[in-house]
Design a protein around this ligand. Structure first.
Ligand code: GLA
Length: 731
């Protein structure tokens, strides 16, 4: 059984793959956290309870000082490790929830009421969440004002993660304002952790930062109404001394695409409290009597096998239980995308030449990127005018689609459905569709406004406009872009006291759009995109199968971006393309072999002018695609071991090992050629130590233990930005 309730000790045990999570109901009916870590037994572990801090803390309401409680000084909430921190009760840790009642008090005293174990995991209304698993719901309630909180926990036997969320409800007679409504709290018993986060910018997404946790709060957030490239909704706590391969690591990743916050608070009793969810900056939510509010789900990974183990848990969880199951088992399209070859300058003939350049190489999908609609000749017009620009494509999309299909390939199309250009017929007709506060000039981002998706009529417009094009044409792939950020969060559809619901309602609006476009077109492969890889989060992956990782396609810079992205997201989620040299973002030149090897570590494709391809170029691509197909299953489904860290030195390495450990693939990269450089052994990880493996490229057979402990002596081509690949087969 994954979830057990031990009546004698009032303890809940959640046993997932490689982990145990335990908490109890204490004598104050307070839900007290006991343990989260490597699998343990179900012995009475309540002796690890409250540590009895030296603080001067207010007592738990109702506690009589001389009433015989057997706790000594431990009669304050602050002394117990919490399952959820609430506020107004003398607990000064970062609360997960804060309310305001009609009388103006901000107290919620959430005590245990009961529990349920659900064999079927319920979804969240209008929001994405993990599928499957076994779920525990614990009901908590404030016995004075009726405010309630249900805590949901789901465990899996095939992935070392727990999914958690909270549902807040108003069981009282008056309206309650939620000032803060986070998804979870988790308290670790020690403070000696590092906080690892993923920060970035356009074309530099998900770089890794590792800083010490400290007394007080380390906090990351987004205030952009999207998850953003600045900070990914991901945080890991890495035990001091833990490495990529060993040691305790906890990771949290929010299934959420709007403004979020994640915090690690070092407490004065040396606990480390992790909490977060919807950002409470610019947020309130009005809860009428009887209403409830569902928070986004957070996925919490635990591993004793280091940072790599934490990542593999996320990868298993997302491949098995999150990514849209319609596509998850399918091979990924191999794409030629028009953006970097044509930008806005094309016509049907030019597109045909791009297609003809790679036809027959194994590239199987042509994606027509931005510029095909309205009068879109630059980024300053036409978003929202979703009709074909017949000046570029006379007669519509039919001719180019027929041509693509005649070359044995599928046709894909770019959209940016959440946007509206100031210079568009849509804006001229419906200026109120744009997000903009009354009486102010708007502040466009990339020359565009965003549609007010909190409004149903605006969503209906976007759904109908996109679905019309998809129905009228034979389109088998959609690249869904999102290139802006909200500034003036305000909606015509919201009452003044609900305007601070905007950021969350935008998320609900965009999920509704995903449901009604992605699910209405079950045969189309959907790829997410956001000014490169800005909105790269688990919520998008619930609907889409792959996300464009970054507009930076330079192989050198991609090693860092793909390394960081893999902290939480599996290779199958990342789109990576081979592009032209000099690279359009960095002006750097790298060999086609290197560009291919790095871009093939994900859902792959090409994004360069193939119209001038020679037979030799075609042969190069054909061989690369063949090589990709040889290891495709492994890349999509294997266990990833990050063997060389590009942030730490001059190398990058990804090793992918099949679940049955019968085959493996290693891609290694060396940044700069060195004359008379130091000896290097490439790390090999994840093999069965007792199994013999043949490595084709070295024509050598050795024991897994030997490969892993000795490593590979690399013979990189003598040039900058060089790669080597190795395939391992059990013999
Ligand atoms: C964004 C995307 C690019 C491309 C352009 C088109 O920047 O990340 O891949 O689609 O938009 O405008």
């Amino acid at each position: 059984m994954a979830i057990t309730y031990q009546e004698s000790t009032k303890t809940f045990f959640l046993d997932g793959k490689g982990l145990t999570y335990a908490f109890c109901v204490n004598d104050f009916d307070y839900l007290e956290h006991l343990y989260f870590g490597k699998t343990i037994g179900h012995d009475d572990i309540r002796y690890v309870r409250g540590c009895g801090g030296t603080d001067n803390n207010p007592k738990i309401p109702g506690v009589k000082m001389e009433n015989g409680y057997n706790y000594g000084a431990i009669d304050c909430y602050q002394y117990f490790a919490p399952e959820i921190v609430f506020s107004g009760t003398g607990d000064y840790r970062e609360p997960a929830v804060q309310i305001r009642t009609e009388q103006g008090d901000r107290i919620s005293d959430l005590l245990y009421e009961g529990y349920e174990i659900l064999p079927q995991k319920p979804g969240i209304n209008g929001m994405p969440s993990m599928r499957d698993g076994e779920t525990l719901v614990v009901h908590l309630k404030d016995r004075v004002n009726g405010f309630g909180c249900d805590l949901y926990y789901t465990v899996y036997d095939d992935a070392g993660v727990i999914a958690r969320r909270a549902v807040y409800s108003n069981g009282g007679a008056g309206t309650v304002m939620l000032n803060r409504a986070y998804s979870f709290s988790v308290a670790l018993p020690e403070i000696d952790y590092d906080v690892l986060t993923l920060h970035g910018a356009w074309a530099a997404e998900r770089h890794v930062q590792r800083i010490p946790a400290h007394y007080g709060v380390v906090s990351i957030d987004s205030k952009r109404t999207t998850s953003s490239a600045s900070l990914n909704p991901f945080m890991a706590l890495v035990k001091k001394g833990a490495t990529e391969d060993a040691g305790d690591v906890y990771g949290v990743n929010l299934i959420y695409s709007s403004s979020f916050v994640l915090k690690a608070e070092g407490l004065n009793d040396d606990r480390l409290l992790l909490t977060g969810g919807i950002n409470d900056f610019d947020f309130t939510w009005k809860l009428l009597p009887g209403a409830y509010f569902e928070t986004p789900e957070v996925v919490i990974s635990y591993s004793s096998d280091g940072i790599g183990g934490m990542s593999r848990n996320f990868h298993d969880a997302y491949r098995n239980h999150l990514i849209n199951p319609r596509y998850v088992g399918k091979k990924r399209p191999i794409v030629i995308n028009s953006w970097e070859s044509a930008y806005f300058n094309f016509n049907t003939e030019r597109l045909k030449q791009i297609v003809d350049g790679v036809a027959g190489t194994g590239v199987d999908t042509f994606v027509l990127d931005d510029g095909w609609y309205g009068n879109r000749n630059s980024e300053f017009s036409s978003l929202g005018d979703w009709w074909v620009d017949e000046k570029k494509l006379p007669g519509g999309l039919g001719e180019i689609i027929a041509h693509v299909n005649s070359r044995g390939m599928k046709f894909g199309l770019w959209f940016e459905p959440e946007m509206i250009s100031p210079d568009s017929d849509l804006f001229r007709t419906h200026p109120d569709y744009a997000i903009m506060a009354p009486g102010r000039e708007g502040s466009p981002c990339r020359g565009q406004y965003m549609l007010d998706l909190t409004r149903e009529d605006v969503r209906d417009f976007a759904v109908n406009a996109v679905n019309k094009i998809l129905k009228e044409n034979h389109i088998e792939y959609v690249k869904w872009d999102y290139n802006s950020n909200v500034s003036q969060s305000w909606s015509l559809g919201l009452a003044p006291d609900q305007q601070m619901e905007f950021a969350h309602r935008y998320a609900l609006g965009v999920y509704d759009l995903f449901e009604r476009i992605v699910n209405a077109n079950p045969d189309i492969f959907f790829e997410g995109c956001s000014a490169g890889g800005a909105r790269f989060d688990p919520a998008v992956l619930y609907y889409f199968s792959q996300i464009w990782t970054s507009d930076d396609t330079d192989a050198e810079e991609r090693t860092k971006i793909q390394y960081g992205t893999s902290m939480a997201y599996p290779l199958m989620a990342m789109t990576c393309h081979v592009s032209a040299v000099p690279n359009h973002q960095t002006r750097r030149s790298t060999s086609i072999a290197t560009r291919g090897d790095i871009a093939h570590l994900g859902g792959t494709g090409y994004e360069l002018d193939t119209s001038a391809f020679t037979d030799e170029d075609r042969e190069t691509v054909r061989k690369q695609v063949d090589k990709y197909h040889e290891v495709e299953d492994l890349l999509l489904w294997g266990d990833l071991y990050r063997t060389e860290d590009p942030f730490a030195g001059g190398y990058f390495g990804f090793m992918i090992v099949s679940k049955d450990k019968q085959s493996a693939h290693l891609t290694a990269y060396k940044r700069l050629a060195e004359c008379n450089g130091p000896i290097k052994r490439l790390k090999v990880r994840g093999l069965d130590p007792k199994q013999m493996y043949y490595v084709k490229e070295l024509d050598m057979t050795m024991l897994g233990a030997t490969w892993m402990n000795v490593g590979i002596k690399p013979n990189f081509p003598f040039e900058d930005f060089a790669t080597l690949t190795f395939t391992f087969k059990a013999v």
